[in-house]
Structures are given as structure tokens and as C-alpha cells.
Write a protein that binds this ligand. Structure first.
Ligand SMILES: Nc1ncnc2c1ncn2[C@@H]1O[C@H](COP(=O)(O)OP(=O)(O)OP(=O)(O)O)[C@@H](O)[C@H]1O
Ligand SMILES: [Mg+2]
Length: 339
């Protein structure tokens, strides 16, 4: 649906060159909810602005379906743009127009007939759950309601793609979840491909199928959300993931644990349907070794289970060694390096 092929964008500021996007290649398939995450300045907004053609790439090509949008004329661009809806962190609503007026605006500009506009606006209001707010003005709305108007407006021209620049960053956690649910509905019921950028890992975790991590203009890691979450390769990715899932107890608890128990700690990771409990209890029983679960969590990610257990073993050194060898062959187990 959207393909970036070796895309770079360099801004020239006086004598300085800013490489905002560097050699990015990405493929977003039709029907994906594709998330791009990165710290401030990573180049996320620039990448989105290349998709809706507010910026032209310095190098490389961007395809939407099979059209190379980096080569379009101004007139062709305008036509293509209506195929891409966009929502923003600060909503960008017209304060002088009512909710209906805001949603109708892009349709008016595109030259739709009055009756058509009326019908379409009513349909969109119902879709985003704002029928009773049609005549209100933006200043009378909560943040979540404003973003619903933003979404309705972005959908007005029936685009195939919706791009979202930090669409929930200005909202509280509950409202964020409501808006994410609405985006999921946009994707599932209308079949719209969504490309979103965020600096919040929980947004990716909640609704995305695929994720790319950006740093200094480059994509440093990408893949299915489940795979990236369960085995992040890059340090930056690990930091983002730690922001949503603590995978180790706090240092003070670890210190307490070492002072009272001592010994080594191990991390067991299990993914999907592998039930780790029976494996652990069978193997330890066989060698007369006990085990303690010191810490752990089991989470659902993209409708699959992902577990992380921190355990210790009690028994003779020789038997513990045998247990470790046996477990190593059957589950993902590693010693936890304590600082
Ligand atoms: N029009 C511009 N002219 C010059 N430099 C720019 C321009 N737009 C962006 N940049 C620079 O490009 C880099 C990437 O900026 P961008 O806005 O894409 O980052 P971002 O990942 O969206 O950050 P944030 O999370 O803070 O929104 C930054 O160093 C920024 O200063
Ligand atoms: Mg940005």
C-alpha cells in the first residue's frame, strides 16, 4: 500500500545539513496498523510529511499503491492527497466552525453538493459517536471529542490511508484508549490502512500489527509487534519496551533478595502457547530441586501470550546444573546479570 524505497530527506539550514530521514525502506501493507516509534527528533513527523506530500524526498521514492508520489505534478498531487486522511496531536480544528462545519469543510472544498455533504456528515458523526454534538463548537468539546471530530474530518473524503501524528499524546490515559479503539474500528470496519507515529510504546502495544523504531533519521528495527516486543535487538527498542513492561524487580528488591537468599537468578521467557509451568515443575522434581518465582508477568500481545519469569533454584549445585541443562534444551532460559 505504502512503500518507502531508500528515502532520505535533508534540510539545509544556512551551512548546516540536517539529515532528518536517512535511507529509510519500509513496506506498509493494505489493512495494516503500522506504528513508527522514536524519541523526539528521530524524524517521524518528517517521514509522515513525505507520505502526505507536504515535503519531497531528497533521495529515494515513495509509492502509494503503484504510484511514485515523489514524481507527481502539483495537480496530480492534489488528487492523491484526498486519498490520505491525517489527524494531529493538537487536532487542528477550525474554531469558527461547528463540529458539522469542520467535518463538512474538506467536502465543500472538494466541490461536493450540499445534500451529499449533509448525508456524509451525518454518517461520519454517527461513526465517531458525536451525533448529539453536531452544532457545538470546538471550544465546547473535550480533547477526546475534538480528536473524534478530527478523525471524522480525516475520513470525509473516504481515504484509503489514515496517517496520525501523535494523535493521542495530548489526551489522558482513558481518553487515549477510547481514541485508539476508534482507530481500530476505522481500520477494521472501513478497511483503512493506518500509519501512525508516536513516542509512546503503549500505543504501539494497544493497536499496531507492525512497528518500526526510528533513531537519528534511520529505521533501526522493524517487524511484527509481537516479535519486536518479545525479542528486541536494539538498545533503544529495549528502552521503549521497558517503559511499558518492567521485566525485573526494582534494584532495592533485588538487593533485599540477594541479602536474604543469595544465589543466581534466571529469566525464563515463553511465547505463544508454550506452557512453562509444567516443564519447570517436571524437570526440577526429577532432580530433586526446588524453584522460587521471584518476579514475573504474563501479558497478552496481539492475541498471544508472552511470559517473563524470574526464578531461583534450591538444591545441590550438581543437580541445579542438570536442571539448567535440561531446561536450556526446552525453554528460553538465561541467567540474570545482577549489577
Ligand atoms: N522544515 C525543517 N527545516 C529544518 N529542519 C527540520 C525541519 N523539519 C524537521 N527538521 C529537523 O529534522 C529532525 C527530525 O524532525 P522531526 O520533526 O521529523 O522529528 P520527530 O521524530 O517528529 O520529533 P518529535 O517527536 O519531537 O515530534 C530534527 O532535527 C528537526 O529539527
Ligand atoms: Mg514529530
Amino acid at each position: 500500500m505504502i512503500e518507502f524505497k531508500n528515502v532520505s530527506k535533508t534540510f539545509i539550514l544556512g551551512k548546516r545539513e540536517i539529515n532528518a530521514v536517512q535511507d529509510v525502506s519500509l513496506q506498509v501493507n493494505q489493512g495494516d496498523i503500522f506504528g513508527i516509534i522514536g524519541f523526539s527528533g528521530a524524524g517521524k513527523s518528517t517521514l509522515l510529511r513525505l507520505v502526505n506530500m507536504l515535503e519531497r524526498p531528497t533521495e529515494g521514492s515513495i509509492f502509494i499503491r503503484d504510484i511514485d508520489i515523489s514524481k507527481l505534478s502539483a495537480k496530480e498531487l492534489r488528487k492523491q492527497r484526498s486519498n490520505i486522511g491525517m489527524i494531529f496531536q493538537n487536532f487542528n480544528l477550525l474554531t469558527s466552525r461547528s463540529v458539522s462545519g469542520n467535518i463538512a469543510y474538506p467536502l465543500k472544498v472538494a466541490g461536493y453538493k450540499k445534500a451529499e455533504i449533509k448525508e456524509r456528515v451525518a454518517e461520519l458523526l454517527a461513526f465517531v459517536g458525536l451525533t448529539d454534538k453536531a452544532k457545538d463548537y470546538p471550544e465546547q468539546l473535550s480533547g477526546g471529542q475534538k480528536q473524534r471530530v478530527g478523525i471524522a474530518r480525516a475520513l470525509a473524503s473516504s481515504p484509503e490511508v489514515l496517517i496520525c501524528d501523535e494523535a493521542t499524546s495530548a489526551l489522558d490515559p482513558d481518553t487515549t484508549q477510547e481514541i485508539l479503539k476508534l482507530l481500530k474500528k476505522v481500520n477494521q470496519e472501513l478497511g483503512i490502512t493506518i500509519l501512525l507515529i508516536t513516542h509512546e510504546m503503549h500505543v504501539i502495544q494497544s493497536i499496531c500489527d507492525k512497528v518500526a523504531v526510528m533513531e537519528d533519521g534511520r529505521v533501526i528495527e522493524k517487524g511484527e509487534v509481537f516479535d519486536v516486543f518479545t525479542s528486541p535487538q536494539h538498545l533503544t527498542t529495549q528502552r521503549f519496551i521497558q517503559s511499558v513492561q518492567q521485566d525485573l524487580p526494582s534494584p532495592s528488591i533485588l538487593q533485599d533478595w540477594q541479602a536474604t537468599n543469595g544465589g543466581k537468578l534466571y529469566r525464563v521467557i515463553f511465547k505463544g502457547s508454550v506452557a512453562v509451568d509444567p516443564v519447570l515443575s517436571t524437570v526440577t522434581k526429577q532432580y530433586d530441586v526446588g524453584f522460587n518465582i521471584v518476579y514475573g508477568s504474563v501479558q497478552e500481545l496481539q492475541e498471544r501470550l508472552f511470559g517473563n519469569l524470574i526464578i531461583s533454584f534450591v538444591g545441590s549445585e550438581m543437580n541445579k546444573q542438570k536442571v539448567l541443562e535440561e531446561l536450556d534444551a526446552r525453554v528460553d532460559i538465561k541467567e540474570v546479570k545482577l549489577r
